[in-house]
Design a protein around this ligand. Structure first.
Ligand SMILES: CC(C)(COP(=O)(O)OP(=O)(O)OC[C@H]1O[C@@H](n2cnc3c(N)ncnc32)[C@H](O)[C@@H]1OP(=O)(O)O)[C@@H](O)C(=O)NCCC(=O)NCCS
Length: 250
């Protein structure tokens, strides 16, 4: 019989929420490294970077992928139901099998978030009235797919963005604008974001997808690997599907 699990999601420590590096940070970075390398190995077409590049990262580079000002790493932890050591009612912890992850960039200033006008993207609000975020690199380990991890990670992104947003404007609730840029062939991820309330709002180029995902170093490597014809395609063809979700802080 297949093992039963319960799942919890967590935002890894980042400078926005934690004053200094927690003592267990090197161990967290090693666990994230293992999950990320699994993602790059098993779903090579889904990500901007590659296993060949990231398997050479040093422990310091892995730490920098988590401890950063511009983004937070979200993980989903699987807890075997039969082996749960947790006290009933206690909050789930990072102990357990790391089975999924995602990266949430933001809050991004309007000038960085904006897409070129010909993308058809709707105008966004000013930074005084809303925070702007972009989700990227959602991954569920193959053994745990189809059990709602993708949805849980997206919900964790929404919750984190909402929690970071109140107080922007006194007397009024702030809004959250959360976006994802998707390759149109990735039906699973298109369905996943639709099922999570995201709406198709625009089309943009592969280059813009790399830029707004914060993957500029991967973009330089990508360019080197392309023929001149494909370079033009990635810079001009509007193939990335832009999906957006708007939320209000209660
Ligand atoms: C995409 C991915 C994260 C989905 O994870 P998951 O935990 O299996 O997804 P969920 O169980 O939360 O599925 C939620 C919804 O997503 C959609 N979905 C998930 N997998 C799907 C698939 N293979 N085909 C079509 N729709 C799919 C469905 O709408 C599903 O809702 P339903 O279960 O009510 O039908 C996972 O398949 C994955 O890691 N893929 C490889 C990495 C990748 O492509 N990442 C995207 C980078 S941009």
């Amino acid at each position: 019989m297949a093992l039963q699990y319960t799942y919890s999601t967590h935002a890894l420590p980042s400078p926005r929420t934690t004053k200094s590096l927690p003592p267990d940070f090197p161990s967290l970075a090693r666990r994230y490294e293992a999950l990320r390398l699994e993602a790059l190995l098993t779903s090579p077409s889904a990500f901007a970077s590659t296993h060949a590049i990231e398997r050479k990262f040093t422990p310091e580079e892995w730490a920098d992928k988590i401890w950063r000002d511009d983004a937070v790493v979200l993980v989903c932890v699987a807890h075997p139901a039969a082996e749960s050591n947790q006290t009933p009612g206690a909050a789930p912890t990072l102990d357990g099998q790391w089975a999924g992850s995602a990266i949430l960039r933001g809050p991004m200033p309007a000038h960085e978030y904006a897409l070129p006008p010909d993308s058809g993207a709707p105008p966004c609000g000013s930074d005084d009235t809303e925070t702007k975020w972009q989700m990227t690199a959602v991954f569920a380990s193959a053994a745990h797919r189809g059990r709602g991890l993708g949805k849980l990670l997206i919900q964790a992104g929404k919750d984190y963005a909402l929690a970071q947003s109140p107080g922007l404007v006194s007397q009024r609730p702030a809004s959250v604008r959360l976006r994802v840029l998707i390759h149109p062939d990735n039906m699973a991820i298109l369905s996943l974001y639709s099922a999570s309330g995201f709406v198709d709002v625009a089309r943009t180029t592969g280059q813009e997808a790399y830029r707004t995902n914060g993957d500029l170093s991967s973009w330089e490597l990508k360019l080197q690997s392309l023929t001149d014809e494909m370079k033009v395609y990635w810079k001009t063809a509007k193939v990335a599907v832009v999906m957006e979700w708007l939320g209000e802080v209660e």
